[in-house]
Design a protein. Structure first.
Length: 250
């Protein structure tokens, strides 16, 4: 039993919109006619089991993969590469130079982006990393690596952050800190798209969700409307066809 995407979303011109977005590989269809609508100033949780098509969808939005069919619109316009300058992203886990400190890593990126080095200090402060710490990134804890990845994504004060499974490997303290940083970002009117297979974590932070399974969008709308009876877990398993107890509530 699957439900159609919820038609009622908060107002405002979408900052990200996909129409019939699809991606087929040689032996399978990873994403099948997905219509996402992401509104400004909100946290949109892209939720679904591992292998559901979440990362593939995000890569198409970012231009890292060409779609087989459909289109992506950014800021109310057809996708164009210049608009990517307004988007910060962390896909496929933290990526950094292990032999450099956090600040040195960010300075490399500021040079590539044509930004002043002071922007590195601003981004580090936003994720509560010490710019004067000379510890090499390869020795960072999982939580510190996640903060560094977030700082890199935040360089240039983007209007949108796209984060793929940012909670992976974090302890409860790190997850709580991440929630605070994400909400601080959207409090300024900016937008976050957050993918995860962890229902509990998405429920704790997202305003709106898109629930994707087997490459198809099963639900889209306000989190509160997903399960009017309050049983988010049952609604999730019903819509995805997943076996209950598969660990998505951690």
């Amino acid at each position: 039993m699957y439900a159609a995407p919820h038609p009622e979303m908060p107002g405002g011109t979408p900052v990200i919109e996909t129409r019939g977005l699809s991606k087929a590989f040689r032996h399978s269809t990873a994403v099948d006619s997905v219509d996402l609508t992401v509104r400004p100033g909100r946290i949109y949780g892209l939720l679904g089991p591992n292998g559901a098509g979440k990362s593939t969808t995000l890569k198409m939005i970012l231009g890292l993969l060409p779609p087989t069919a459909g289109e992506v619109r950014l800021f109310g316009r057809p996708w164009s590469r210049p608009d990517l300058s307004r988007i910060g992203a962390s896909i496929n886990g933290p990526s950094f130079y292990g032999h450099l400190s956090a600040r040195q890593n960010l300075v490399v990126h500021t040079h590539l982006l044509g930004l002043p080095e002071a922007e590195a200090d601003r981004a580090l402060a936003a994720v509560e990393l010490d710019p004067s710490d000379r510890k090499k990134a390869k020795s960072f804890s999982t939580g510190m690596k996640g903060r560094l990845a977030l700082a890199i994504a935040m360089l240039g004060s983007p209007d949108i952050l796209i984060l793929d499974e940012p909670q992976n490997g974090l302890d409860p303290e790190g997850i709580a800190a991440l929630r605070t940083m994400l909400r601080r970002f959207t409090d300024t009117g900016r937008t976050i798209v957050l993918s995860s297979h962890l229902l509990g974590e998405v429920a704790s932070v997202a305003d709106d969700i898109g629930l994707i399974a087997a490459g198809r969008l099963r639900y889209q709308g306000r989190l509160a409307d997903l399960a009017p009876d309050g049983d988010l877990e049952r609604a999730y398993f019903t819509l995805t066809g997943a076996a209950q107890g598969a660990g998505v509530m951690s």
